[in-house]
Design a protein around this ligand. Structure first.
Ligand SMILES: [Zn+2]
Length: 343
């Protein structure tokens, strides 16, 4: 959403009052803009349009700014009806990829589902979040936000991931694509390479950002709506000794997997049976009860459930192949890969 500033009056005896407009916009460093006029009177509208265009082309303030039709940094609307300038400061969009090198970090901040972030429930301290209001200690979003807020002199940032991994899952390799909406930025020209280096140094061992780039507003939808196949490393723990040959027979084959919404996310999502696929790529024995497996999966496949079987909600599963109860003890996303059309 753009940040809106209203400046009134904009007109006096048919003449533009541009002093307040310039003094407000002076504090923003922006390079592109668009202008518009709202009036119920077509003739009046045309007259003001001419006056506004003359002003913009003559005033020194606008010399270095470029008028554009698409995705301006700033939109100035002369509202003749309200006798006001309505200025929209559009967010800056940044795209990139993030790695999460440590377990226990969420992707974004999660408010407590019981007290909805109030910290109190039924007049007492909420027992779900212990009055903390949020359920996550650290999140990628909160860890990186202060750097962007400072560099862009912005109000806040919104984080949009191309899907998400669980809090206890690491995101390794080249990272996961994300987009940031930087709200109400006073600064637009930022050296993203330098910012990336600064963030990576400060968050060493926790979070790493790569390939930061400026993007158009539609990048947010592109990032969040894309489907990606993934590669994983999972540490499987079995209740009984593992017969490795039972896994070896599946290595390299594309297995069709039917998954029902897992028990752990049932509260949040509608129950649905979905077709997925998994390729077991490599099996590395760790001990009699533990084996490390490397997988490639379709977008949205639940890997922890593919390991355990989730009480029959993932068919087949590693537990089914081995014929013994198993759990996924550790999980890492190794790659978020090229887009895959699901439908
Ligand atoms: Zn709570």
């Amino acid at each position: 959403m753009p940040h809106e500033i209203r400046l009134s009056p904009a007109l006096e005896e048919g003449k533009l009052l541009t002093h307040a407009l310039e003094s407000v916009l002076k504090s923003y460093s922006f390079s592109s803009f668009s202008i518009g006029i709202r009036s119920n009177d077509a003739a009046l509208k045309a007259a003001y349009r001419e006056q506004l265009q003359q002003y913009v082309s003559a005033a020194p303030f606008w010399k270095s700014k470029k008028p554009v039709l698409d995705a301006p940094h700033v939109h100035v609307l002369l509202d003749v009806v309200l006798n006001a300038f309505v200025v929209d400061i559009f967010p800056q969009i940044i795209v990139g990829r993030y790695c999460k090198l440590q377990r226990g970090i969420a992707q974004t901040r999660h408010f407590c589902y019981q007290c909805k972030g109030r910290g109190k429930w039924n007049g007492k301290t909420c027992e779900i979040c212990n009055g903390e209001k949020i359920l996550t200690k650290d999140s990628v979003q909160e860890l990186i936000a202060p750097f962007f807020v400072k560099a862009f002199s912005a109000k806040e940032i919104l984080f949009h991931g191309a899907g998400r991994e669980d809090v206890d899952v690491r995101m390794l390799g080249e990272g996961r694509p994300f987009a940031l909406t930087i709200e109400n930025p006073f600064v637009r020209k930022v050296d993203l390479r330098a910012l990336e280096e600064k963030i990576n140094e400060a968050l060493q061992g926790k979070v790493e950002l790569h390939a930061l780039a400026f993007a158009a507003p539609d990048a947010v939808a592109k990032v969040t709506q894309a489907y990606h196949t993934k590669r994983y490393r999972a540490l499987v723990h079995a209740e009984k000794p593992i017969a490795l040959e039972k896994l070896h027979t599946h290595v390299g084959n594309k297995a069709d997997v039917v998954q029902t919404t897992p028990i752990r996310v049932e509260k949040r999502r509608v129950m649905k049976e979905r077709p997925h696929w998994v390729v077991l790529e490599k099996v590395v024995p760790k001990s009699a009860h533990e084996v490390e497996i490397f997988l490639q999966t379709s977008a949205g496949c639940y890997v922890k459930e593919f390991v355990s079987g989730d009480e029959g909600r993932s068919v087949p599963s590693i537990a089914e192949w081995l014929g013994i109860p198993c759990v996924c003890k550790e999980l890492d996303v190794l790659a978020v890969e090229e887009s895959e059309r699901m439908f």
